[in-house]
Write a protein that binds this ligand. Structure first.
Ligand SMILES: Cc1cc2nc3c(=O)[nH]c(=O)nc-3n(C[C@H](O)[C@H](O)[C@H](O)COP(=O)(O)OP(=O)(O)OC[C@H]3O[C@@H](n4cnc5c(N)ncnc54)[C@H](O)[C@@H]3O)c2cc1C
Length: 486
């Protein structure tokens, strides 16, 4: 898949396709438009969802309005009017890499990571075992996920010690009425309202000083009405490495303080259990999940885990002490993973498009000696989570985009030479294929519609979930059907 280096005739205009209208794609467009350059730019932004903003709309928890507010900044970029949006267009189905080569000088892939990383332990396929990414998609109203979620468990385990684990545990433990001021769709409120959950257990195989939670997100757990946080004294027997981490790292210091307060609260609660809340959120450290236990009917009935201990170097080792806890549902929040795109190289091990600072590299076996591995695939770039893997906050996608765009600009002599670069030609292609794409005006219509649904109930917004309704509202077709979605 090695590209021939094109001759060095410099085009005066860059027709750029960006696939993925999440923060990475939008920042890349913005940075390129503002960059110092000696050529014109015309950008088309494609997304397979009818609405932009990627995981900011469909990943960030609904009760994090400050982070959701980043959408305003992204919207300002789109509202400037110098980027065309084509929503509801799936790369690999509605358009292909060959199509892009015909109509653009280059493409940036910013397709993120949407699925759960695997956790290979026995019982992971039992009924009642779920990936966090799917649950997040459900509570954030993603159009491509079922509208109902089986919330039947009283005791639930969440595996993972990162912020997504906290989001999942918080949404599970929080009373539905406390989520009502947010943008959650009606089906999500109804589902959570009926949940019989009493105890949510978060499991991490390392100690409290090794968690990946951010202090703000952790502290927030302690503020949930009618939810007690339970921590266990046995987890706070710090070794030298843990004490050093508390002393040297501000973030660890704050986390330790927060957990320390909860220990005091847990002691008080132990003296007067009657004063307790109706729901509890337990944090289990040094607890390595080994297996999900079958209840005899193919459903999750419990979790078996091994107690670990510090290894003296900041890691942990198994102690051989095996414990079990009855739970009826398990959510694994052990990371997200990228998905391959047809015709585009993919690194299966890391779930990313192979790249050097955003310049996509041809896939090949470096040991084959054929010389085809790790060569730049001219005209193809990557940014965001699909470039560097699913870690990091929204802000990181900005610096990512800067690096990718810098290379795109410098590679000017090596861009593709499209045969139909006119702006009308891609529109004609989508029309010819009968693709019901949405555009910026359409997004404004959907945005206003969602805000109106919210205003009617004193809320900022209520999301429209079904894809066909999103598309109908955006494309201003069948208004009666769209209005009925309220
Ligand atoms: C549950 C969760 C909570 C988070 N909370 C926070 C938080 O509170 N604060 C924070 O700073 N960060 C948070 N993050 C991280 C943040 O969401 C990411 O850093 C950021 O969204 C990554 O941006 P991206 O543009 O690379 O990917 P994405 O946001 O995933 O955007 C990718 C876009 O590509 C589109 N796409 C994918 N495949 C195709 C295709 N084949 N054709 C067309 N389009 C396609 C998708 O529809 C999507 O719109 C959270 C992440 C998760 C998973």
């Amino acid at each position: 898949m090695t590209e021939k280096r094109p001759t060095d005739q410099r085009p005066a205009k860059l027709r750029l396709a960006i696939v993925g209208a999440g923060p990475a794609g939008i920042y890349a467009a913005d940075i390129l438009l503002k960059a110092e350059r000696n050529f014109d730019v015309s950008i088309d932004l494609f997304d397979h969802l009818p609405a932009p903003y990627g995981l900011v709309r469909y990943g960030v928890a609904p009760d994090h309005p400050r982070i959701k507010g980043i959408i305003s900044a992204l919207r300002d970029v789109l509202d400037r009017g110098d980027i065309r949006i084509f929503g509801n267009v799936r790369f690999g189905v509605d358009i292909t890499l060959d199509d892009l080569r015909k109509h653009y000088n280059a493409v940036i892939f910013a397709t993120g990571a949407v699925r759960d990383a695997d956790l290979r332990i026995p019982g992971i396929d039992l009924v009642g075992s779920y990936g966090a990414a799917r649950f997040v998609s459900w509570f954030d109203g993603h159009p491509d996920y079922p509208r109902t979620w089986p919330l039947e468990a009283k005791q639930v385990a969440v595996i993972g010690n990162g912020n997504v684990a906290l989001d999942v545990a918080r949404i599970l433990a929080k009373h539905a009425d406390d989520l009502l001021p947010t943008e959650i769709p009606a089906n999500v409120y109804d589902g959570l309202k009926a949940s019989p959950v009493t105890d949510v257990h978060i499991f991490g195989r390392r100690g409290p000083t090794s968690v990946k939670f951010t202090p703000l997100e952790l502290r927030e757990l302690g503020e949930l009405p009618d939810v007690d946080i339970v921590v266990y004294d046995e987890d706070f027997d710090y070794d030298d490495a843990a004490r050093a981490a508390v002393a040297s790292n501000k973030q660890v210091f704050v986390i330790d303080k927060v957990l320390g307060k909860w220990r005091e609260r847990a002691h008080k609660l132990a003296e007067d259990p009657q004063a307790g809340a109706s729901r509890r959120l337990h944090l289990h450290f040094f607890a390595k999940p080994l297996e999900l236990i079958d209840d005899g009917t193919g459903r999750v009935g419990g979790i078996r885990y091994e107690r670990t201990a510090p290894d003296g170097q900041g890691g942990v080792v198994g102690t051989g002490e095996i414990r079990e806890l009855p739970v009826q549902a398990v959510y694994r929040a052990v990371g997200y993973f990228g998905s391959p795109l047809p015709g585009v190289p993919f690194d299966k091990k890391h779930g990313v498009i192979p790249n050097r600072e955003g310049q996509v590299l041809s896939k090949g076996d470096p040991s084959s000696g054929a010389g085809s591995a790790n060569q730049q695939l001219y005209g193809v770039y990557a940014t965001g989570w699909i470039k560097r893997g699913p870690v990091g906050l929204i802000g990181h996608t900005k610096s990512d985009a800067m690096e990718t765009v810098r290379h795109l600009i410098n590679d000017l002599g090596n861009w593709w030479r499209p045969e139909s670069p006119s702006e009308e030609s891609i529109v004609a292609l989508l029309d010819e294929r009968g693709v019901e794409y949405t555009n910026l005006d359409g997004w404004h219509r959907l945005d206003q519609h969602e805000q109106a649904l919210g205003a009617a109930e004193g809320r900022v917004r209520i999301k429209v979930v079904p894809r066909d309704e999103m598309v109908a509202i955006s494309r201003a077709v069948a208004p009666a059907a769209a209005a009925a979605s309220a």
